[in-house]
Design a protein around this ligand. Structure first.
Ligand code: ADP
Length: 351
C-alpha cells in the first residue's frame, strides 16, 4: 500500500465529539489529554495536508465510490436525521487483495470532502522510537478531533489484532485504539472524524476489531474494463502506435491487481525509453553521442555525469513493448487467495 506521508486536509462521516467525561472512564481513551510533543509528532509524521487524489484518479469501483459519496453527504444534507436513530458510521473497513486501490480510495475520500488525512501504519504507532505508543494513539485522535473533519486511515489494521504472541506495546495500542473508536460517531454529524482501515488479511481480524467496523467493503481485483482504465491512467498522454490496442491488452491481464498493472505500465515505458536512448546512440552516462552533438548524452567528457534531457515525446509505445513488459511483470495474487476473500466477503462483507 502506498504510504506517503506529509501534512493534510479532508471528509467525514463519523464524528468524534470533544469528549464529555463518561462514567467508568478507563485508563485509556478519549478523555485523557495528549502530550504536546506527541501531538507534534502526529502533525509531522502522520498528517497529510493534501492527498491530491480525486475520484477520477481511481478506475472502476463505482459502487464503492457511490457508497462513500452518499455516506459523506447524507449527514451534511440531512443533519436532522442524524440527531435521532441514525448515526454516522464510526468505522469502515476496506478489505481485499493488495494493490487494488484501498489506500487510493481513502485518500480520495479525504481530499474530496475537505478533511485532514491521517495516514497511519501500525509501525508508526508501535515504533520503539516513540516509546509510549498508546499516548501516541491518544494524540492521534485528539489531533484529528482538533482538525476535523478528518479521516484517520489505518493501513494493515490486522496488525492490531489480539493473538497469543501479542507484543505488550501492540496490546496497549490496541486497547487505546478500540477505546477511541468507541468514541467516534457519537457526535452530531457536523464536524467529524471517520476511521477508515484497510487490510489484506481480513480473516485475521478478531471479533472486537471487526465489530468496530460497521461497514466492511470488499475491494476486488479490477475487471476488464477497469484494467483498461488503469492502463489509460498510467500511460497518460504517451503516444501509442496504431497497432496497440489497450482493450486487447486488458483482456490478457486477468488476475492482475491495479498495482501489478501500474508496474507493468512502468516497465512498458522503460523498455520504450531504453530503445529511444539506444537508437540515439547513447550508451552510458558519460559517453558522447557518435555524431558528437550533445543532445542526448553527457555534456563534455568530464566525469560529472551531466546529462541533457531527452524529450519523452520521442517515445511511441508499440505492441512489442507491451509483450516484452508482460513477460517480465506477472500477476502477484493467486486464485486460491481470491476465493478466500470472496468467502470472507460472503460471511462478513457489507452488501
Ligand atoms: P492497496 O491499498 O489496495 O494495497 P493502493 O491503493 O496503494 O493499493 O494502490 C497501489 C497503486 O496501484 C496505486 O497507487 C495505483 O497506482 C494503482 N491502483 C490500484 N488500484 C487502482 C485503481 N482502481 N485505479 C487506479 N489505480 C489503481
Amino acid at each position: 500500500m502506498d504510504t506517503t506521508k506529509t501534512n493534510g486536509a479532508t471528509p467525514k462521516l463519523a464524528v468524534v465529539e470533544k469528549g464529555k467525561p463518561r462514567t467508568g472512564v478507563p485508563k485509556v481513551g478519549p478523555n485523557r489529554r495528549a502530550n504536546p510533543e506527541l501531538t507534534a509528532l502526529v502533525e509531522k509524521d502522520i498528517v497529510q495536508t493534501d492527498t491530491g487524489v480525486g475520484w477520477d484518479d481511481i478506475a472502476g469501483l463505482d459502487n464503492v465510490k457511490q457508497i462513500f459519496k452518499e455516506t459523506l453527504l447524507l449527514p451534511k444534507l440531512m443533519p436532522q436525521l442524524f440527531k435521532g436513530i441514525l448515526r454516522p458510521w464510526r468505522g469502515i473497513l476496506l478489505f481485499g487483495p493488495p494493490g487494488t486501490g484501498k489506500t487510493l480510495l481513502a485518500k480520495a475520500v479525504a481530499s474530496q470532502h475537505g478533511s485532514t488525512f491521517f495516514n497511519v501504519l501500525p509501525s508508526s504507532l508501535t515504533s520503539k522510537h516513540y516509546g509510549e505508543s498508546e499516548k501516541l494513539v491518544r494524540a492521534l485522535f485528539e489531533t484529528a478531533r482538533a482538525r476535523a473533519p478528518a479521516v484517520i486511515f489505518i493501513d494493515e489494521v490486522d496488525a492490531f489484532c489480539s493473538g497469543s504472541r501479542e507484543h505488550e506495546a501492540t496490546r496497549r495500542v490496541r486497547c487505546e485504539l478500540l477505546s477511541h473508536m468507541d468514541g467516534v460517531g457519537t457526535g452530531s454529524g457536523d464536524k467529524g472524524v471517520l476511521v477508515l482501515a484497510a487490510t489484506n488479511h481480513p480473516w485475521d481480524l478478531d471479533e472486537a476489531l471487526k465489530r468496530r467496523f460497521e461497514k466492511r467493503i470488499y475491494i476486488p481485483l479490477p475487471d476488464e474494463h477497469t484494467r483498461s482504465q488503469i492502463i489509460g491512467l498510467c500511460l497518460g498522454e504517451i503516444r501509442k502506435d496504431p497497432n496497440v490496442d489497450v482493450a486487447t491488452l486488458s483482456k490478457q491481464l486477468i488476475g492482475y491487481s491495479g498495482s501489478d498493472i501500474r508496474d507493468l505500465c512502468q516497465e512498458i515505458i522503460l523498455i520504450a525509453a531504453r530503445e529511444v536512448i539506444q537508437n540515439a546512440g547513447f550508451t552510458g552516462v558519460n559517453s558522447k553521442p557518435p555524431d558528437g552533438r550533445n543532445n542526448i548524452g553527457a555534456k563534455g567528457d568530464d566525469s560529472k555525469c551531466q546529462v541533457a534531457p531527452l524529450g519523452s515525446d520521442r517515445i511511441v509505445l508499440n505492441r512489442s513493448h507491451f509483450e516484452r513488459a508482460k513477460e517480465k511483470c506477472r500477476k502477484s495474487v493467486d486464485g486460491a487467495l481470491i476465493r478466500k476473500y470472496k468467502r470472507w466477503n460472503e460471511l462478513y462483507g457489507s452488501r
